[in-house]
Design a protein around this ligand. Structure first.
Ligand code: MLT
Length: 314
């Protein structure tokens, strides 16, 4: 399968490596990260390829306006900002780069787990306010605790391996992964109902789909141990925000590490401001290494297509 790709538009902040690789393969590239929706609609017909991260919303009207579009590439994993159905209807290929930011997302998750258990966010804030408050920030060890990983794909596995180094027991659930498979990396596969009462920490690594939306809600929080801590570096909404706030207020949840929100940026900062929450503005994949990798990956995947090699990406 080979595509005649002549002109590609990059409409989000993608590493320059992407431009270089495409240009050295005779593809004309325009990088413009400042386009309004109307401007995008106006210029998209000129291009046969589009590369985005998450800021550009590739909605059905953009896809329909892109009369010459053959391919849309996401430099990253989640394709929730691309209307894949509309793309398919119009015969446009959608590609992502699922591997490139795995390690960064896993490392950020581990960072939040560790930071949560030692109250790092609030303790650091209090020192910035000139306070020396040692009593207030008693933490707990990770050693001997159980970490539940919902979603045992690439990122979930890397989180398990890293947190095992702290002496954590890892358990998890994923309908697409076999128990024997995760047993190989010392993670016990359990049903969700068996997970809730056992977990000291829960981290989610799934896409946001109907089956995962509000996976943690009032009912499932109530099934957890009192004082469970939760981390979401995947997608806002997997943990129901209102239920999380209630669980934090009642003490059912002792802390939350949140990198993602239902609305980004959130209109309401109540959760982010909660003393038992450590929040970051969707930084899971924001490392030099991950951004270089995804930029290279998407460019090389485009080049493969020009050269008629096989397709990659979900
Ligand atoms: C992804 O899906 O790749 C991550 O959420 C990172 C990003 O949006 O850049």
């Amino acid at each position: 399968y080979s595509l005649g790709l002549r002109k590609v538009l990059i409409s989000d902040e993608v590493d320059q490596k992407c431009v270089e690789i495409l240009q050295s393969n005779n593809v004309e590239v325009t990088k413009n990260t400042k386009l309004s929706k109307d401007e995008l609609l106006q210029i998209i017909p000129e291009y046969d390829g589009l590369i985005v991260r998450s800021a550009t919303k590739v909605t059905a009207d953009v896809i329909e306006a892109g009369r010459n579009l053959k391919i849309i590439g996401r430099a990253g994993t989640g394709v929730d900002n691309i209307d894949a159905e509309a793309a398919t209807r119009n015969g446009i290929i959608v590609m992502n780069t699922p591997g490139g930011n795995t390690l960064s997302a896993a490392e950020h998750t581990c960072t939040l787990i560790i930071a949560l258990t030692r109250n790092l966010g609030s303790a650091s804030m209090s020192m910035k306010e000139g306070k020396w408050d040692r009593k207030k920030f008693m933490g707990s060890e990770l050693y001997g605790k159980t970490l539940a990983i919902i979603g045992l794909g690439r990122i979930g596995k890397e989180v398990a391996l890293r947190m095992q180094a702290f002496g954590m027991t890892t358990i998890g659930f994923d309908p697409l992964v076999k128990p024997e498979e995760c047993a190989e990396w010392n993670t016990e596969w359990l049903s969700l109902d068996d997970i809730w009462p056992r977990a000291d920490y829960i981290t989610v690594h799934t896409p946001l789909i109907p089956q995962t939306k509000h996976l943690l809600n009032d009912i499932t929080f109530a099934k957890c141990k009192k004082g469970v801590r939760v981390v979401n570096c995947a997608r806002g909404g997997i943990i129901e925000e209102a239920a999380l706030l209630r669980a934090l207020e009642s003490g059912q949840c002792a802390g939350a590490g949140l990198d993602v929100f239902v609305e980004e940026p959130p209109k309401d900062y109540t959760l982010a401001k909660h003393p038992n929450v450590i929040a970051t503005p969707h930084l899971g994949a924001s490392t030099v290494e991950a951004q270089t990798r995804v930029a290279e990956d998407i460019a090389l995947q485009f080049v493969d297509l020009v050269q008629g090699k096989s397709l990659f990406g979900a």
